[in-house]
Each structure stands twice: as C-alpha cells, then as structure tokens.
Design a binder for this molecule. Structure first.
Ligand SMILES: [Zn+2]
Ligand SMILES: [Zn+2]
Length: 555
C-alpha cells in the first residue's frame, strides 16, 4: 500500500464477508493498529487442515509502525491466531483479563508466552497510540468481558463491535455499557463496524438470565444419568449449569481439557465466586450417576471431543444408559449439522433422552437480532454502517436493513479491500494482498498453495503412479501402473494390466526414437491417463518415476 497522509485507512484482512478469522487494520498518518487475530473453521474441502487464519503478510512491511493489536473478546474467531500472526506485527497485544488468560494458554503451546507482550485492559479503559485513542466499551456476548472498541483519530471516529448483543438480564459482569455508547455517540461516530451473525432474526432473543432460570427448573426434574454440553468459553452458561446441578442435588463434574482450562482461567479472573465448587472426574468416581451432572464440550460433535467419546461408549468416566439424558445447551454452528445430527441420532437409538434448544429454551445467542441492531443504530447514530462477521447473504441483508432503518450510508467489502475515510466519506481506494493460511498439523501453509491444491485434487481425482524401467539404449523394459484409490484392488489390477498392454509398444517406440525428452515423459503420462479416464471417468493426479538401467539413481 502506498503511503498516504490524509484520512483514516481501514483494511479488511479477514472476517469481512464470512464468520471466522477476524482481522482488521486501521491506519492514520502511517501508524497502524490491528483489531483481532482469529481462527477460521474449515469444511472437508481441506483434508488435514485443522484451522485457518487470515494471512498477516500485508502487515509485515509496516511492522515498525504497528503500535497495537487489540483483541475484542476471548472467542477463537477473534483471538485464536495471535501466536501465528504476532511475529508479523511485533507489537503489544491488548485484551481483557479472561482473553489474556486464554491467549497465554495458547501461546504456551507455541512457547511464545514470554515473547508476546500481552497487556491487560479493563472495560472502560482507553489505550493511546500515536494516531489513535481506543476505548474498550463493555458489551454483552457469550463470553465474558467482550468489548466494542471506540476508536478515535484525527480524521474519523469508529465504533468497532463484531460480536455483541443486548441483554438486560445482567448476569456476572455482562454489562451493556449504554452510557459509554451514548458518550461515543455525542463525540460523533463516522463508521460502525458491526456484527451480522443474527441479522436474519427479527426479534430479541431470551436473556441469559432466562436460560439460567430454565436450566435450574429443568435439571432437578431429570432422573438418571445426566450430561450437559455447552461452549467451553461460555462462562455464564457454565455457572448456570453448576447452579442447576446444585438445585438438583447433583455434583457438577467438568469433563475435557479445554473446559477445565477455561474454568480454571475464569476462576483466576474472579468468576464462579457465587457457585458451588466444580469437580474433576477423578475426584468423583464414587458418585452414582443420578448424583452427578457431567458438563463437557463437544456440542459440535467434533472428533475426539469429550461428548463424542461418551457417545461412542469410549469414555472411562461416563457410560450412557437407556433413559439417561444429554442436554445440548448450545447452537449448531453452520456446517456441523450432519455431524451433530448423527451423534444425537446415535444417542436416541441407544434410548438416551436428548434435549436441545429446539425442544427447550436452554440456549440463547450472543449476537444481535434486527431489533437489537436497530436499537444500536439509534444509540450510536453512525454516519456509516459497515457490516462484517457474516457470509455474503447476511452482509447483503444487514446493508438492506440498516438502510431501511435510516442509516445514511451502508458499505461492505471483501478481504483485501482498503477503504479511506475522510470528512465523513468512505471510499474504496485499493486492494492489497490477502490470503488464508491453514494450520496443517502445526505447520502453516497457504490454502491457495500448490500443495493444498494438489491435496484437494487427490481427494477428488485420486492418484496414479507410473514406474518405467528403461535400458541403457532407451528401450522400454518394464512398466508398472499403480494406484490405491481409483478402483477396488482386483478391478484395478485388471485395468492396470490392460492399460500396460495397450500402451507398452507405442511408448517403447516413442522412447527409442526420441529418447527421454520432457515431451516423451509427458506422453507417457498422457497416454496412460487417457486409458484410465476412458475406463473410469477419473483424471488422477499422476506421478512418473523413471529408472534407467546402469544408472544408480531414479530420473
Ligand atoms: Zn465472532
Ligand atoms: Zn464471539
């Protein structure tokens, strides 16, 4: 990006038209701040890739001028990639205590906890950098201490709030700080960067307090073994489950490492103060199943999560029997529908009662519906609404809705877009490099790299290996065609043999006449692939190995 002096520049690096891998950068007078560094979630199109995040490559060239990374809250899609992104930024990282606790845990996995300068910020505090003043404004969401950022600068003021909702229930420290929002509004908000996750919902959803009451009413009426699952970082919900266990005379037992880590950090931050103590499964081995409430992660049916292990009957702590109950105090993250349904059906087939948000009011979302969005526009009175944090359909609807509410300008973009905001006018001025980096068993790899493209090609088109033995005077002595994923073994043996017979003499002639030129090598692959395609309709990824007699190496 060329240096420009006037105006505020807003760069979308991740999360612009999707849910996940949030990362945005702001620049004034060539000094930068970055908001969030989150993970994204992938479907089965990327075999072997666990997670992904927005590439920080673009920011590298400004690393001396990046003054802060602000983390809005402790969800993976906002802070999960700090370890991967920070080396490109090399700046202090500001977050609220619970987020700092979870980020520290993650940094320990990469032995980076002593390298990354993490700074604790409390809601209401303001951090000043050379070109910006950033106030952390407390909002309500499904993880403690979520903040919107009121970003002030010489040229424009921004309110950046991906992930929030309104909730009058006021549980724990979940405060929707309307006083600070009103003050920000009075100072003037040029642009509101806003969550689009629930824009398709019309009405406000139940309060977290309602969910607490419902769980406390529901759980004492359940007989037999009981397991409840929710998101590990939803500390208020976990507290509600612990209170419900207490009301039912059950002991709350935490299953799974991520849940235990989240609860430990939450306790260090002062949560779970007014709830009975929780137990580890090892401490509660003498309890009968009707005296325990096992709380675990795995609501998304992730492979090897505590709940998946229980569902498969492989848990050493919990065996689900007929008439036991599993409560899903969670929503389905889009893309996980099939996995979750499969797991729940397996439980139901085993005679287990499954209670979900469809059958009881035991979950509420942390994102704003249309009602809440409208109230927020009225509170903040932004000149421009810039929807992010939703796929394209959601962004379109959010733009339409904001316009219908009287917001004078609505705008959206895609990752890589650079916008300039000056004198209340927003214009797209540039597109810069953006990419998605996958985490492949601990290694980082671009999802647009040849490696990943080949992996996808192999997943869809199979693989073919051709081995050719050639004499010193360029005669074809032998040809072996192998594959493990095109046909069943016997069928393949037959096809490989037939193919060999068909092409052997032609290839022999070609090699004798022209030698092993690169075009002859291409011919070998092309002729064999053509036969395989004719028989199977598959165009496999093909690897050719050539062995020449008298030479002690493969070609
Ligand atoms: Zn989010
Ligand atoms: Zn969130």
């Amino acid at each position: 990006m060329t240096k420009k002096n006037e105006g505020l520049y807003f760069v979308l690096l991740g999360g612009a038209d999707e849910i996940g891998m949030n990362m945005y950068a702001y620049c004034v007078n060539n000094k930068w701040i970055v908001v969030d560094a989150g993970y994204g979630f992938l479907n089965d199109d990327y075999p072997g890739i666990e997670m992904c995040y927005a590439s920080p490559e673009f920011l590298k060239e400004f690393s001396g001028d990046i003054e802060a990374l602000f983390i809005t809250h402790a969800h993976e899609d906002h802070m999960g990639a700090v370890a991967q992104v920070w080396p490109s930024l090399q700046c202090p990282v500001y977050a609220t205590p619970f987020a700092v606790g979870l980020i520290t845990e993650r940094l320990k996995e990469y032995k980076m906890e002593d390298i990354v300068p993490l700074q604790i910020v409390h809601a209401g505090e303001t951090i000043k950098t050379t070109s910006f003043e950033v106030k952390f404004v407390s909002l309500v969401h499904s993880v403690p201490e979520t903040c919107g950022l009121f970003i002030k600068s010489e040229y424009a003021n921004i309110f950046h709030a991906t992930d929030w909702r309104m909730d009058e229930g006021k549980l724990g420290n979940a405060v929707f700080d309307s006083k600070s929002l009103e003050e920000a509004s009075k100072e003037g908000i040029d642009m509101f960067v806003c969550d689009s996750t629930n824009v398709l919902l019309d009405h406000e959803q139940p309060s977290e307090l309602d969910i607490r009451k419902n769980l406390i009413n529901l759980i004492p009426n359940i007989k037999g073994g009981l397991v409840a699952t929710c998101f590990a970082s939803n500390i208020t919900r976990l507290e509600s489950l612990v209170l419900a266990a207490d009301a039912a005379g059950r002991t709350p037992i935490l299953l799974g490492r991520s849940l235990q880590t989240n609860v430990r950090i939450a306790k260090e931050c002062g949560y779970f103060k007014d709830t009975p103590r929780t137990y580890l499964p090892e401490e509660a081995s003498n309890l009968t199943s009707d005296k325990a409430l096992y709380i675990c992660t795995g609501s998304q049916a992730n492979y090897r999560s505590a709940l998946s292990i229980i569902a498969k009957g492989e848990s050493k702590y919990v065996k689900l029997d007929k008439n036991d109950t599993v409560i899903f105090s969670s929503k389905i993250i889009p893309g996980n529908e099939d996995k979750i349904e499969h797991m729940q059906e397996q439980m139901i087939a085993d005679g287990v009662n499954v209670i979900t948000e469809e059958t009881a009011q035991i979950h509420t979302s942390g994102h704003p519906s249309k009602d809440e969005l409208k109230q927020m526009y009225e509170l903040l009175k932004p000149k421009i609404v810039f929807p992010v944090h939703g796929d394209k359909r959601f962004i379109r609807e959010h733009k339409r809705f904001a316009s219908s509410c009287g917001v004078s300008e609505v705008c959206s973009g895609k990752n890589g877009d650079v916008f300039k905001l000056l004198d209340g006018k927003l214009e797209k001025v540039e597109e810069v490099f953006s990419d998605v980096i996958g985490v492949d068993r601990g290694r980082s790899v671009s999802l647009s790299s040849e490696l990943i493209k080949n992996r996808r090609r192999i997943a869809y088109n199979c693989s073919l290996f051709i081995s050719v033995l050639i004499s010193a005077d360029n005669r074809l002595l032998d040809l072996k065609i192998t594959s493990i994923d095109i046909l069943e073994e016997q069928e393949w043996e037959k096809l490989a043999q037939e193919t060999k017979e068909k092409v052997f003499h032609v290839l022999d002639k070609e090699i004798q006449e022209k030698g092993l030129t690169s075009s002859v090598k291409d011919q070998i692959k092309a002729r064999i692939r053509k036969e395989i395609f004719k028989a199977t309709d598959i165009k496999p990824v093909t690897i050719l190995h050539i062995f020449k007699q008298g030479e002690n190496q493969c070609q």
